[in-house]
Design a protein around this ligand. Structure first.
Ligand code: UD1
Length: 348
């Protein structure tokens, strides 16, 4: 079950691993993300099988959006009950699917279980905690996630599988290195940064959003801002231009394009969870416009620095390069096979 952009990236290797192992695996798309650039392009580029059902739920307030998904997913699950429901990450789609499934006594596996920001103002934090406590099998990406689940009394249902995003990222990194893809945007010449901003805490309050954009424009290198639809709509409503001296704002790009842009950048500035980790794995320094991260492993040696207060962002972003040696806290890129093994082991 998928619905939002980060989930398309995660389902790609898992769908392939289920197919390799000879299991029937069907995708249900809630429609939380519906723009071609936020959805279709990922299915095409990552070779994800077409969804067997598309609920077309779209945007809305949290309750209305999650509720519509819950009703739609219940119908799909009742129609042809699966042996397992696999849910990904921390979006409203994740929570809706977990809840719809457990109410029908369908076992739920949560890929990317155990992440915590400890920030209860984030909708994603509630989605994670509620999904973990509802799910039957908690597939944790990191040792830290396993520890969080243990503290919440969920050890019995937890398996450390590694991070499925590594599987996709390493493959796509090698592909774009061997054969660069045409880019829909020309990155600024010379040293530049790639940025994304979309979280509610950075976009919903016009004052905060103005500070974020001013801080991005003040950096010592030009910024290529890949503008999420939420950012575009909130900036428009607040009367804040995204394109300005220092910032070139462009529509979101596909996955190989993103990887290629990050590889070509001297740094990343973001509030995305996935991009912090992708920058780390691609050895590009990251600055995170938040006060906390679900991926604390990226902070080691300063590969990632939290700068939620935006204070002196310019010098944070232009800090010296960290030492090149990094560990492999997210696994070796074989997590999707481990997901399949864990689901099969519990079923047997
Ligand atoms: C959601 C997830 C977030 C994830 C992010 C990745 C929740 C609570 N949040 O945030 O965890 O990191 O996806 O992108 O589930 N919109 C469009 N076209 C689209 C999708 C969204 O125009 O294809 C606009 C709509 O104006 C909508 C707004 O973006 O109101 C927000 O979309 P929503 O699905 O509520 O959450 P995201 O901010 O995308």
């Amino acid at each position: 079950m998928v619905g939002a952009r980060p989930q398309f990236v995660k389902v790609a290797p898992v769908a392939a691993a289920f197919a390799r192992a000879g299991h029937q695996h069907e995708i249900v798309h809630t429609g939380q993300h519906y723009d071609a650039r936020m959805s279709d392009v990922f299915f095409e580029q990552l070779g994800i099988p077409a969804p067997m059902a598309h609920l077309g739920v779209g945007s809305g307030a949290h309750g209305a959006q999650t509720g519509a998904m819950l009703a739609g997913l219940e119908r799909v699950f009742l129609d042809d009950p699966p042996d397992w429901v696999v849910v990904y990450g921390d979006t409203n789609s994740t929570l809706a699917a977990a809840l719809a499934a457990v109410k029908l006594h369908l076992p739920v596996a949560h890929v990317e279980a155990g992440l915590r920001s400890f920030n209860r103002l984030m909708p994603e934090e509630h989605n994670r905690i509620l999904t973990d406590h509802a799910a039957d099998l908690l597939l944790a990406p990191t040792a830290e996630a396993v520890r969080h689940l243990g503290r919440e009394g969920l050890s019995d249902r937890t398996v450390l599988v590694g991070d499925v995003m590594v599987d996709v990222l390493l493959r796509v990194r090698d592909e774009v290195r061997a054969q660069p893809v045409p880019l829909p945007v020309t990155p600024p010449a010379g040293e530049h940064l790639v940025a994304t901003v979309h979280r509610a805490e950075n976009t919903d309050d016009p004052e905060r959003l103005a500070r974020v954009l001013d801080a991005l424009a003040s950096l010592d290198r030009p910024v290529l801002l890949l503008a999420h639809p939420r950012l575009v709509s909130r900036a428009e409503a607040a009367g804040l231009p995204l394109n300005r001296a220092g910032i070139t704002a462009v529509p979101p790009v596909g996955y190989p394009e993103l990887v290629q842009l990050v590889l070509g950048a001297s740094g990343v500035v973001t509030d995305s969870g996935g991009l912090q980790k992708e920058a780390y794995l691609l050895a590009v320094p990251c600055t995170t416009l938040r006060h906390e991260t679900e991926w604390p492993e990226t902070l080691i040696e300063g590969w990632n620095v939290l700068a939620g207060d935006l204070v002196d962002l310019r010098s944070v972003v232009s800090r010296p390069l960290p030492p090149a040696q990094r560990g492999m806290p997210y696994g070796a890129g074989d997590a999707a096979d481990a997901v399949v093994r864990a689901v099969v082991a519990v079923t047997a």
